[in-house]
Design a binder for this molecule. Structure first.
Ligand SMILES: Nc1ncnc2c1ncn2[C@@H]1O[C@H](COP(=O)(O)OP(=O)(O)O)[C@@H](O)[C@H]1O
Ligand SMILES: [Mg+2]
Length: 447
């Protein structure tokens, strides 16, 4: 399979923030300034005190969070102090998805290569990746360091202790605070090389997988003004379709903080792309519009999720939604766009890849995939939900899942294979979705 991959890739630099280290950072700050920042959290990082306030606030509560770095000085400080001691991982939905596809045997993976691609390359697996965009696009608004895209992930453990403004703090829960330095992905940058390569080769391609629209909101936190950037990418997808109408395009949706923006982007893409993938939280946001009882989605009730998926698809004309939760995956699709056998087998491949990745922190060789998940069981909760859904739609059992019809859409549901103690949870959703899409493309061409 030959696949086009856009748009976001970055480096995650992971550092374990201890009580001692945060104490050292606290010593560098003016107490009054810190007090102010803790009372009125800035929500973004323009100075060292902003960064430390973000860390302290999240460590105190044990909550996860992500703030954006707007200062080159803070970035350089973080890079100098921590980078060499960090675990460096591949990040960005597209980067992860491109890597999964390449590792799992796609013949060619063409990436929109943004940022400092030389530091990203060694993190990717396989010889078959075309990094379209060796040179960084010149953009006057970017600073000198802007081709470095680093998301500093500060993990912290429960029980870590430190003192802030005289108070003892004990971290109640393991979590992470992310300080993101990234202009390129948040502007949804498309390299001229990727534009050109994809246009010239789109006819030879078997599919395209796209993500990163949700990153736009960091650049436009109030949810306005993103339209121009979105339109540029959207028109690229339309251009591919014009040149190669048979090119299946899958979009992995992602988490939008602004509901207006999320809904607008979903509706626009629905008319252009072939499928959209998401998790239950992302569906929850879209479903609110349709009056689906949303607490049931939060509870991952398969019947509520099915109803919400079908409403979102039929109201926008979208042909297919592939939804994943911890316990099951579900695909709803318009007639004649796929078959239950094709859906079930590709989702099966997707959940195996995710389970294998969760269990060992990396993907096995393709030939070892089945063996690598042999010791893992189907999610109990997933099996329960599959039965519930079968009662609702009267579907048939098929290859470990159930398929049937609901309000004019075909439905396939499959319990996940669950790894109870995952080594890693980063990028599991992207792994499920991209592996499913890859297998779906392969099966299509086998027929
Ligand atoms: N422990 C696990 N074992 C197997 N699969 C898992 C496990 N945890 C999560 N998954 C899969 O990964 C998906 C996570 O996707 P998502 O919520 O979109 O997170 P992200 O995109 O940040 O990785 C779940 O829907 C599920 O399919
Ligand atoms: Mg996801």
């Amino acid at each position: 399979m030959k696949v086009l991959c856009g748009y976001n890739v970055n480096i995650d630099a992971v550092y374990r923030m201890t009580g001692e280290e945060i104490s050292e950072l606290l010593h560098m700050l003016d107490r009054e300034e810190l007090r102010e920042k803790l009372c009125e959290p800035p929500g973004e990082i323009r100075s060292l005190s902003d960064l430390v306030a973000g860390l302290v606030l999240h460590m105190q509560k044990g909550t996860g969070g992500e703030w954006f770095i707007y200062s080159d000085d803070v970035f350089r400080f973080l890079k100098g102090r921590y980078y060499d001691k960090c675990e460096i991982r591949l990040g960005g939905n597209m980067g992860i998805m491109a890597n999964v596809m390449s590792h799992m045997g796609a013949e060619q993976v063409v990436m929109n290569a943004v940022g400092d691609i030389n530091s990203i390359k060694p993190l990717m697996s396989g010889e078959n990746i075309v990094f379209a965009g060796e040179s960084v696009p010149q953009n006057a608004s970017m600073s000198k360091d802007a081709n470095e895209i680093i998301h500093f992930v500060f993990d912290f453990s429960n029980g870590a202790q430190f003192k802030v403004l005289g108070d003892e703090v004990t971290v109640p829960r393991e979590n992470r605070f992310i300080a993101t330095y990234d202009d390129i992905n948040t502007e949804l940058t498309i390299t001229p090389e990727f534009e050109e390569y994809s246009r010239e080769h789109v006819n030879e391609m078997d599919g395209a997988i796209i993500s990163g629209f949700n990153q736009l909101q960091k650049f436009y936190p109030d949810g306005s003004g993103y339209k121009e950037r979105f339109e540029k990418a959207h028109s690229q997808l339309e251009g591919w379709k014009a040149l190669n109408p048979d090119l299946p395009i899958h979009v992995e949706f992602g988490h939008f903080m602004s509901m207006d923006m999320g809904v607008a982007i979903f509706s626009e893409l629905a008319g252009t792309v072939d499928s959209i993938g998401m998790n239950e939280d992302e569906l929850f946001m879209l479903a609110e519009l349709h009056g689906v009882p949303s607490d049931m989605i939060r509870k991952m009730d398969a019947c509520a999720i099915l109803d919400a998926c079908v409403r979102c698809a039929s109201s926008t004309g979208l042909k297919k939604i592939v939804l994943h939760t911890r316990d099951f995956v579900m695909s709803i699709f318009a007639e004649r766009t796929s078959s239950p056998a094709r859906e079930m087998e590709s989702m099966q491949f997707g959940v195996m890849c995710a389970a294998a990745f969760a269990a060992s922190g990396r993907l096995p060789e393709r030939s070892q995939l089945v063996d690598s998940v042999r010791g893992l069981a189907r999610s109990e909760e997933g099996l329960k939900q599959v039965t519930r859904l079968q009662d609702l739609i009267g579907g048939e059992e098929f290859e470990g899942g159930v398929f049937g019809e609901y309000r004019g859409y075909s439905v396939c549901i499959l319990p996940t294979i669950i790894c109870e103690e995952p080594v890693s949870t980063v990028g599991l959703g992207d792994t499920v979705s991209s592996a499913t899409f890859l297998r779906w493309l392969e099966i299509g061409s086998e027929y």
